[in-house]
Design a protein around this ligand. Structure first.
Ligand code: ADP
Length: 215
């Protein structure tokens, strides 16, 4: 059983690595962004608030996130191991997870520089149904059939917040709110940094660590 956290700037490939890891190690993928996108399709005040925050690249209130995560982690399917993609994103969220007494085996910090992340935004398209992520500008990430999800056959979409203007704010939010949690996990000796590698190189590095080669 492995419980894993992925930390990275926006569009660095957390979703892509999560899908590769889930298939290989039979883990559950918990993408907070995807859970929030399901919530915002419902009618009501909260969905209005979520839409506003997410489309502008600001974080959603810790209280809402913590509630969603607690419910999700209580689900029986998490017992065999999970990947947290997009959580924690603030020190407060990391502290809250700590209090839940769930063992976190590995935290991977996928460190991609700002320009690379920004360029990936331009061609990124994702599956609204299964959350798979593709990129029309990167050879190894193009879907087999144009605009159709390889995994579930749904029509791919461009996310509202995947544009250069919102990216700037998402990136700044990441630097201010999320980067501090890197030290939090460094101090717990569970952090591994992977810097500026391609999709498959990143996956190989993660596998080496999970298979015990590096420890
Ligand atoms: P990416 O990692 O590509 O930026 P996500 O799909 O993970 O995108 O998140 C999209 C948006 O959802 C974020 O910009 C933010 O508004 C909100 N969000 C996701 N996870 C969290 C979180 N842990 N705390 C607060 N807001 C979050």
């Amino acid at each position: 059983m492995k419980n894993i956290i992925l930390i990275a700037p926006p569009a660095a490939g957390k979703g892509t690595q999560s899908n590769l890891l889930c298939e290989k190690y039979n883990l559950v993928h918990i993408s907070v962004g995807d859970l929030l996108r399901i919530e915002l399709q419902k009618d009501g005040e909260i969905s209005q608030y979520l839409k506003q925050q997410m489309e502008s690249g600001n974080l959603v209130k810790d209280e809402i996130i913590i509630e969603i995560i607690k419910n999700r982690l209580n689900n029986v399917d998490c017992k065999n191991g999970f990947i947290l993609d997009g959580f924690p994103r603030t020190i407060r969220q990391a502290e809250m997870l700590d209090k839940m007494n769930i063992i976190i085996n590995n935290v991977f910090y996928i460190n991609v520089d700002k320009e690379t992340a920004k360029n990936r935004i331009v061609g990124r398209i994702s599956c609204p149904k299964c959350g798979s992520v593709y990129n029309t500008e990167i050879e190894e990430s193009i879907p087999k059939v144009s605009n159709v999800c390889d995994r579930c056959g749904s029509l791919l979409q461009k996310r509202e917040d995947d544009n250069e203007l919102v990216f700037e704010n998402r990136y700044n939010t990441y630097v201010n709110e999320t980067q501090p949690i890197i030290d939090f996990y460094k101090n717990k000796n569970v952090l591994c940094e992977i810097k500026n590698l391609s999709k498959m190189e990143t996956f190989n590095e993660i596998q080496k660590v999970l298979n015990g080669d590096l420890w």
